[in-house]
Design a protein around this ligand. Structure first.
Ligand code: HEM
Length: 299
Protein backbone atom coordinates (compact mmCIF):
# COMPACT_ATOMS: atom_id res chain seq x y z
CA UNK A 1 0.00 0.00 0.00
CA UNK A 2 2.72 2.45 1.03
CA UNK A 3 4.63 1.79 -2.20
CA UNK A 4 1.54 2.42 -4.33
CA UNK A 5 0.88 5.75 -2.61
CA UNK A 6 4.52 6.92 -2.34
CA UNK A 7 5.34 10.40 -3.69
CA UNK A 8 7.21 8.88 -6.63
CA UNK A 9 4.47 6.46 -7.58
CA UNK A 10 1.64 8.99 -7.36
CA UNK A 11 3.50 11.56 -9.47
CA UNK A 12 2.98 9.06 -12.29
CA UNK A 13 -0.81 9.59 -12.04
CA UNK A 14 -0.68 13.28 -12.89
CA UNK A 15 -1.01 12.90 -16.67
CA UNK A 16 -3.69 10.25 -16.39
CA UNK A 17 -5.61 12.55 -14.03
CA UNK A 18 -5.36 15.39 -16.56
CA UNK A 19 -6.71 13.13 -19.31
CA UNK A 20 -9.53 11.91 -17.08
CA UNK A 21 -10.42 15.45 -15.95
CA UNK A 22 -10.41 16.78 -19.53
CA UNK A 23 -12.45 13.85 -20.88
CA UNK A 24 -15.06 14.29 -18.16
CA UNK A 25 -15.39 18.01 -18.93
CA UNK A 26 -15.87 17.16 -22.63
CA UNK A 27 -18.58 14.63 -21.70
CA UNK A 28 -20.25 17.09 -19.35
CA UNK A 29 -20.38 19.81 -22.00
CA UNK A 30 -21.32 17.57 -24.92
CA UNK A 31 -24.87 18.28 -26.05
CA UNK A 32 -25.29 21.31 -23.77
CA UNK A 33 -26.16 24.83 -24.92
CA UNK A 34 -25.33 28.32 -23.74
CA UNK A 35 -27.48 29.15 -20.72
CA UNK A 36 -27.82 25.51 -19.58
CA UNK A 37 -26.93 24.68 -15.98
CA UNK A 38 -24.58 21.80 -15.15
CA UNK A 39 -23.59 20.34 -11.78
CA UNK A 40 -19.81 20.29 -11.64
CA UNK A 41 -19.79 18.02 -8.59
CA UNK A 42 -21.87 15.15 -10.01
CA UNK A 43 -20.47 15.55 -13.53
CA UNK A 44 -16.83 16.17 -12.75
CA UNK A 45 -15.47 16.59 -9.19
CA UNK A 46 -17.02 13.33 -7.98
CA UNK A 47 -15.97 11.42 -11.11
CA UNK A 48 -12.27 12.32 -11.28
CA UNK A 49 -11.27 10.53 -8.04
CA UNK A 50 -13.53 7.55 -8.80
CA UNK A 51 -11.75 6.98 -12.10
CA UNK A 52 -8.27 7.53 -10.66
CA UNK A 53 -8.88 5.19 -7.70
CA UNK A 54 -10.49 2.64 -10.08
CA UNK A 55 -7.39 2.68 -12.25
CA UNK A 56 -5.08 2.29 -9.24
CA UNK A 57 -7.11 -0.58 -7.80
CA UNK A 58 -7.85 -2.27 -11.13
CA UNK A 59 -11.56 -2.25 -10.27
CA UNK A 60 -14.25 -0.46 -12.34
CA UNK A 61 -15.83 1.50 -9.47
CA UNK A 62 -17.17 3.98 -12.03
CA UNK A 63 -19.56 1.35 -13.38
CA UNK A 64 -21.64 1.37 -10.17
CA UNK A 65 -24.38 3.98 -10.55
CA UNK A 66 -24.92 3.89 -6.77
CA UNK A 67 -21.30 4.74 -5.96
CA UNK A 68 -21.97 8.35 -4.98
CA UNK A 69 -24.66 7.28 -2.53
CA UNK A 70 -22.35 4.60 -1.10
CA UNK A 71 -19.41 7.03 -0.82
CA UNK A 72 -21.71 9.53 0.91
CA UNK A 73 -22.77 6.86 3.40
CA UNK A 74 -19.18 5.75 3.91
CA UNK A 75 -18.29 9.36 4.79
CA UNK A 76 -21.33 9.71 7.07
CA UNK A 77 -20.27 6.53 8.91
CA UNK A 78 -17.36 8.54 10.34
CA UNK A 79 -19.62 11.04 12.10
CA UNK A 80 -20.47 10.95 15.78
CA UNK A 81 -24.08 11.13 16.99
CA UNK A 82 -25.59 9.75 13.78
CA UNK A 83 -29.36 9.28 14.29
CA UNK A 84 -30.53 5.67 14.31
CA UNK A 85 -32.47 5.89 10.99
CA UNK A 86 -29.44 7.29 9.17
CA UNK A 87 -27.20 4.69 10.79
CA UNK A 88 -29.48 1.91 9.48
CA UNK A 89 -29.32 3.42 5.96
CA UNK A 90 -25.52 3.65 6.17
CA UNK A 91 -25.27 -0.02 7.19
CA UNK A 92 -27.60 -1.03 4.33
CA UNK A 93 -25.64 1.06 1.78
CA UNK A 94 -22.28 -0.32 2.88
CA UNK A 95 -23.61 -3.90 2.79
CA UNK A 96 -24.91 -3.27 -0.75
CA UNK A 97 -21.57 -1.79 -1.80
CA UNK A 98 -19.72 -4.78 -0.39
CA UNK A 99 -22.00 -7.23 -2.26
CA UNK A 100 -21.29 -5.31 -5.48
CA UNK A 101 -17.55 -5.30 -4.75
CA UNK A 102 -17.51 -9.06 -4.16
CA UNK A 103 -19.04 -9.54 -7.62
CA UNK A 104 -16.43 -7.31 -9.26
CA UNK A 105 -13.58 -8.99 -7.37
CA UNK A 106 -14.78 -12.37 -8.65
CA UNK A 107 -14.66 -11.14 -12.30
CA UNK A 108 -11.22 -9.56 -12.04
CA UNK A 109 -8.36 -10.36 -14.44
CA UNK A 110 -4.85 -10.10 -12.97
CA UNK A 111 -2.92 -7.03 -14.14
CA UNK A 112 -0.42 -4.47 -12.89
CA UNK A 113 -2.82 -2.86 -10.41
CA UNK A 114 -2.82 -2.62 -6.61
CA UNK A 115 -5.32 -5.43 -5.98
CA UNK A 116 -3.49 -7.79 -8.34
CA UNK A 117 -0.20 -7.05 -6.60
CA UNK A 118 -1.72 -7.54 -3.13
CA UNK A 119 -3.35 -10.80 -4.28
CA UNK A 120 -0.09 -12.04 -5.80
CA UNK A 121 1.74 -11.36 -2.54
CA UNK A 122 -0.75 -13.62 -0.79
CA UNK A 123 -2.17 -13.41 2.70
CA UNK A 124 -5.27 -11.37 1.79
CA UNK A 125 -8.54 -13.15 1.06
CA UNK A 126 -11.57 -11.58 -0.63
CA UNK A 127 -13.01 -10.47 2.73
CA UNK A 128 -9.86 -8.48 3.45
CA UNK A 129 -9.83 -7.00 -0.07
CA UNK A 130 -13.48 -5.92 0.26
CA UNK A 131 -12.68 -4.15 3.54
CA UNK A 132 -9.64 -2.50 2.00
CA UNK A 133 -11.56 -1.22 -1.02
CA UNK A 134 -14.44 0.00 1.19
CA UNK A 135 -11.92 1.94 3.23
CA UNK A 136 -10.25 3.47 0.18
CA UNK A 137 -13.65 4.51 -1.18
CA UNK A 138 -14.47 6.14 2.17
CA UNK A 139 -11.07 7.81 2.52
CA UNK A 140 -10.15 8.68 -1.03
CA UNK A 141 -13.22 9.56 -3.08
CA UNK A 142 -15.54 11.90 -1.19
CA UNK A 143 -12.51 13.78 0.23
CA UNK A 144 -10.86 14.45 -3.12
CA UNK A 145 -14.28 15.32 -4.60
CA UNK A 146 -14.56 18.06 -1.99
CA UNK A 147 -11.05 19.37 -2.74
CA UNK A 148 -11.87 19.59 -6.46
CA UNK A 149 -15.25 21.23 -5.94
CA UNK A 150 -13.80 23.74 -3.46
CA UNK A 151 -11.19 24.58 -6.09
CA UNK A 152 -13.81 24.80 -8.84
CA UNK A 153 -16.02 27.20 -6.90
CA UNK A 154 -13.00 29.34 -5.94
CA UNK A 155 -11.73 29.54 -9.54
CA UNK A 156 -15.15 30.33 -10.99
CA UNK A 157 -15.70 33.04 -8.38
CA UNK A 158 -12.24 34.57 -8.88
CA UNK A 159 -11.27 34.64 -12.57
CA UNK A 160 -8.28 36.83 -11.60
CA UNK A 161 -6.87 34.02 -9.47
CA UNK A 162 -7.30 31.53 -12.32
CA UNK A 163 -5.49 33.92 -14.67
CA UNK A 164 -2.63 34.34 -12.18
CA UNK A 165 -2.30 30.54 -11.93
CA UNK A 166 -2.30 30.13 -15.69
CA UNK A 167 0.41 32.79 -15.95
CA UNK A 168 2.51 31.33 -13.14
CA UNK A 169 1.88 27.56 -12.96
CA UNK A 170 4.37 27.15 -10.08
CA UNK A 171 1.70 28.71 -7.86
CA UNK A 172 -0.54 25.65 -8.27
CA UNK A 173 1.26 23.81 -5.48
CA UNK A 174 0.54 26.60 -2.98
CA UNK A 175 -2.98 27.12 -4.33
CA UNK A 176 -3.95 23.51 -3.63
CA UNK A 177 -2.41 23.74 -0.13
CA UNK A 178 -4.44 26.89 0.54
CA UNK A 179 -7.64 25.16 -0.60
CA UNK A 180 -6.85 22.26 1.72
CA UNK A 181 -6.09 24.66 4.58
CA UNK A 182 -9.14 26.90 4.23
CA UNK A 183 -11.65 24.24 3.19
CA UNK A 184 -10.38 20.99 4.68
CA UNK A 185 -12.45 18.09 3.30
CA UNK A 186 -11.89 16.34 6.65
CA UNK A 187 -12.83 18.92 9.27
CA UNK A 188 -11.88 16.89 12.28
CA UNK A 189 -10.25 13.72 13.53
CA UNK A 190 -10.99 11.68 16.64
CA UNK A 191 -8.61 10.15 19.15
CA UNK A 192 -9.08 8.30 22.41
CA UNK A 193 -6.61 9.23 25.17
CA UNK A 194 -4.56 6.15 26.08
CA UNK A 195 -3.40 7.82 29.32
CA UNK A 196 -4.13 10.95 31.35
CA UNK A 197 -2.77 13.96 29.44
CA UNK A 198 -2.17 17.49 30.76
CA UNK A 199 -2.89 20.17 28.16
CA UNK A 200 -2.86 23.89 28.94
CA UNK A 201 -4.10 23.39 32.46
CA UNK A 202 -6.73 20.81 31.53
CA UNK A 203 -6.54 17.10 32.17
CA UNK A 204 -7.77 14.84 29.43
CA UNK A 205 -8.53 11.64 31.33
CA UNK A 206 -7.49 8.26 29.97
CA UNK A 207 -10.27 6.81 27.84
CA UNK A 208 -11.74 10.20 26.83
CA UNK A 209 -12.79 10.61 23.21
CA UNK A 210 -11.16 13.78 21.86
CA UNK A 211 -12.46 15.50 18.72
CA UNK A 212 -9.59 17.39 17.11
CA UNK A 213 -10.76 20.30 14.96
CA UNK A 214 -8.31 20.27 12.08
CA UNK A 215 -10.28 23.04 10.35
CA UNK A 216 -9.79 25.36 13.35
CA UNK A 217 -6.08 24.56 13.64
CA UNK A 218 -5.70 25.49 9.97
CA UNK A 219 -6.74 29.06 10.81
CA UNK A 220 -4.52 29.44 13.86
CA UNK A 221 -3.23 33.05 13.69
CA UNK A 222 -0.15 32.00 15.65
CA UNK A 223 0.87 29.82 12.68
CA UNK A 224 -0.66 31.53 9.64
CA UNK A 225 -0.43 35.29 9.13
CA UNK A 226 -3.84 36.63 8.03
CA UNK A 227 -5.29 33.14 8.32
CA UNK A 228 -8.49 33.87 6.37
CA UNK A 229 -6.61 35.08 3.27
CA UNK A 230 -6.14 32.73 0.30
CA UNK A 231 -2.47 33.17 -0.55
CA UNK A 232 -0.88 30.64 -2.94
CA UNK A 233 2.54 32.20 -2.23
CA UNK A 234 2.23 31.67 1.56
CA UNK A 235 5.65 30.36 2.65
CA UNK A 236 4.24 27.82 5.14
CA UNK A 237 1.17 26.82 3.10
CA UNK A 238 1.90 23.13 3.77
CA UNK A 239 1.79 23.56 7.55
CA UNK A 240 -1.98 22.84 7.64
CA UNK A 241 -3.36 19.73 9.35
CA UNK A 242 -5.82 18.71 6.63
CA UNK A 243 -4.11 15.33 6.23
CA UNK A 244 -3.82 14.97 10.04
CA UNK A 245 -0.64 14.05 11.88
CA UNK A 246 1.24 11.10 13.31
CA UNK A 247 0.61 7.43 12.78
CA UNK A 248 -2.63 8.00 10.87
CA UNK A 249 -1.38 10.77 8.58
CA UNK A 250 -3.28 10.38 5.30
CA UNK A 251 -1.86 7.61 3.17
CA UNK A 252 -3.30 9.24 0.06
CA UNK A 253 -2.05 12.79 0.72
CA UNK A 254 0.37 12.70 -2.22
CA UNK A 255 -2.27 11.32 -4.56
CA UNK A 256 -4.85 13.87 -3.40
CA UNK A 257 -2.37 16.69 -4.11
CA UNK A 258 -1.61 15.29 -7.57
CA UNK A 259 -5.34 14.96 -8.34
CA UNK A 260 -6.05 18.46 -7.03
CA UNK A 261 -3.30 20.11 -9.06
CA UNK A 262 -3.87 18.17 -12.29
CA UNK A 263 -7.67 18.34 -12.16
CA UNK A 264 -7.87 22.04 -11.33
CA UNK A 265 -5.20 22.94 -13.89
CA UNK A 266 -7.38 21.37 -16.58
CA UNK A 267 -10.47 23.16 -15.27
CA UNK A 268 -8.66 26.52 -15.16
CA UNK A 269 -7.98 26.24 -18.91
CA UNK A 270 -11.72 25.99 -19.61
CA UNK A 271 -13.03 28.35 -17.02
CA UNK A 272 -14.44 30.78 -19.57
CA UNK A 273 -17.25 28.28 -20.18
CA UNK A 274 -18.70 28.62 -16.67
CA UNK A 275 -20.47 31.21 -14.53
CA UNK A 276 -21.93 30.79 -11.00
CA UNK A 277 -25.60 29.71 -11.04
CA UNK A 278 -27.08 30.28 -7.65
CA UNK A 279 -26.84 28.78 -4.17
CA UNK A 280 -24.41 25.94 -3.55
CA UNK A 281 -25.84 23.20 -1.28
CA UNK A 282 -23.50 21.46 1.17
CA UNK A 283 -23.44 17.90 2.43
CA UNK A 284 -24.81 17.56 5.96
CA UNK A 285 -21.99 15.32 7.23
CA UNK A 286 -19.82 16.76 10.02
CA UNK A 287 -16.42 15.12 9.67
CA UNK A 288 -16.08 14.88 5.88
CA UNK A 289 -17.35 18.23 4.62
CA UNK A 290 -18.01 19.70 1.22
CA UNK A 291 -20.45 20.72 -1.47
CA UNK A 292 -23.31 18.41 -2.44
CA UNK A 293 -23.56 20.14 -5.82
CA UNK A 294 -21.98 23.04 -7.71
CA UNK A 295 -24.49 24.43 -10.20
CA UNK A 296 -22.82 26.44 -12.98
CA UNK A 297 -24.34 28.20 -15.96
CA UNK A 298 -22.73 27.77 -19.36
CA UNK A 299 -21.62 31.00 -20.98
C1 HEM B 1 -8.17 15.90 -0.27
C2 HEM B 1 -8.24 14.61 -0.07
C3 HEM B 1 -7.99 13.93 1.25
C4 HEM B 1 -8.05 14.43 2.52
C5 HEM B 1 -8.37 15.84 2.96
C6 HEM B 1 -7.73 13.33 3.42
C7 HEM B 1 -7.66 13.45 4.79
C8 HEM B 1 -7.30 12.44 5.65
C9 HEM B 1 -7.17 12.58 7.07
C10 HEM B 1 -7.45 13.86 7.86
C11 HEM B 1 -6.79 11.38 7.57
C12 HEM B 1 -6.44 11.04 9.02
C13 HEM B 1 -7.62 10.87 9.91
C14 HEM B 1 -7.16 10.76 11.33
O1 HEM B 1 -6.12 11.33 11.72
O2 HEM B 1 -7.87 10.14 12.12
C15 HEM B 1 -6.68 10.47 6.44
C16 HEM B 1 -6.33 9.15 6.55
C17 HEM B 1 -6.26 8.29 5.48
N1 HEM B 1 -6.45 8.59 4.14
FE1 HEM B 1 -6.87 10.44 3.40
N2 HEM B 1 -7.49 12.21 2.67
C18 HEM B 1 -7.64 12.52 1.35
C19 HEM B 1 -7.46 11.69 0.27
C20 HEM B 1 -7.11 10.37 0.35
C21 HEM B 1 -6.90 9.50 -0.78
C22 HEM B 1 -6.97 9.93 -2.24
C23 HEM B 1 -6.63 8.26 -0.28
C24 HEM B 1 -6.35 6.97 -1.00
C25 HEM B 1 -6.82 6.63 -2.15
C26 HEM B 1 -6.64 8.37 1.17
C27 HEM B 1 -6.39 7.32 2.04
C28 HEM B 1 -6.29 7.46 3.40
C29 HEM B 1 -6.00 6.34 4.28
C30 HEM B 1 -5.73 4.91 3.85
C31 HEM B 1 -5.97 6.87 5.59
C32 HEM B 1 -5.74 6.13 6.89
C33 HEM B 1 -4.30 6.16 7.28
C34 HEM B 1 -4.08 5.42 8.58
O3 HEM B 1 -4.96 5.43 9.45
O4 HEM B 1 -3.03 4.83 8.71
N3 HEM B 1 -6.93 9.66 1.51
N4 HEM B 1 -6.98 11.14 5.28
Amino acid sequence: MARTFSARAVAGWSEATERIAAGLLDDLLAGTRRGDTVDLVAGWAAQVPVRVVSAILGLPLDTAPELRRWADSAAAALDTGVPWERFAEIEADLAEMQRWLRGRLAERQPGDDLLSRLTAQGGLDDDALVVLVTFLVAAGIETTTHLLSAGAETLVAQPGLAAALRAEPDLWTGAVEELLRLEPPVARAARRATRDVEMRGHTVARGTLVLVHLAAANRDPAVFAEPAAFDPARPNARAHLSFSLGAHHCLGAGLARVEGRAGLRVLAERLAAFAPAGPVPWRTTQLVRGRAALPLRLR
